[in-house]
Design a protein around this ligand. Sequence first.
Ligand SMILES: Nc1ncnc2c1ncn2[C@@H]1O[C@H](COP(=O)(O)OP(=O)(O)O)[C@@H](O)[C@H]1O
Ligand SMILES: [Mg+2]
Length: 289
Amino acid sequence: MHAHADVVKSPSSEGAKTDAPVLSVIDIVKRFGDGADALVAVDGVSFDVSEGEFVSIIGPSGCGKSTLFNIIGGLVADYGGHVAVDGASVAGTHAAFGMVFQDESAFPWRTVIDNVAFPLELAGVGKRERHDRARRFVSMVGLDGFERRYPAELSGGMRQRIAIARTLASQPRILLMDEPFAALDEQTRLLLGDKVLQIHQQLRQTTLLITHNITEAVQLSDRVIVMTYRPGRLKRTFDIDLPRPRTSAVVGSDAFGHYVAQIWNDLREEASRGMGDDESRRVGEAGRS
Ligand SMILES: Nc1ncnc2c1ncn2[C@@H]1O[C@H](COP(=O)(O)OP(=O)(O)O)[C@@H](O)[C@H]1O
Ligand SMILES: [Mg+2]
């Protein structure tokens, strides 16, 4: 089933365009705790992401998305299965991944440009080059003119863009984003989605996005993978066959609505299980207090 993980590239295939996945996630299992209290957060999750592909994983809150995300990015240990980049297993943090989180913080005492250049500084990139590269990515996320501003002078949406520019500037093999727009209002989220679409058009950055937002997933992705709630398994994959280049205008199309309806159909069952769980826990807590 996951034979690709064991495929050894023959020298003749070197340089040839292949469909070999950039990222392979193979049979990941993660348990928290043991015995009767054990919680299987992620159960037998496998999927691939190819070069330049934009894939979203969607599921209700608590279904194991962040756990999976952190396993891929090497921030969570003691799991079953493995993660491979370009066919080679990786464990722990790895330079192939650039990660963006929900509550990104920028250094308040650094300007926008110096925030974006910071990882390049750490990597020992010379001043001139890191400045040029940072400027390019600041412009790509639409923060031209704000280079010398400080994070406190910007909106939440703009601060998330600093985080995206900072991660893109290190030119990762794979961009991993965990609910990067969750704290933003719907309009800002849609417009920032346009920015993400433009950037994808330009860079063809291989991307894995974790989200609980159906509109966002369909708007941005080539493929949307739905996760089940407890244990976190893959339920279904949707190929999003909407033409690119895309903008947020696509959100109003019939085809878009059709994907949203199909995905919601799968997701609502999982979401109601998650909600039921949450409610019974709260009732339990109230009973104890
Ligand atoms: N470090 C941990 N220890 C124990 N349980 C955890 C830990 N991290 C996450 N969990 C549990 O695993 C489940 C999945 O969590 P998470 O991956 O954060 O879900 P999501 O990101 O989809 O909201 C939740 O029930 C959560 O409480
Ligand atoms: Mg999460």
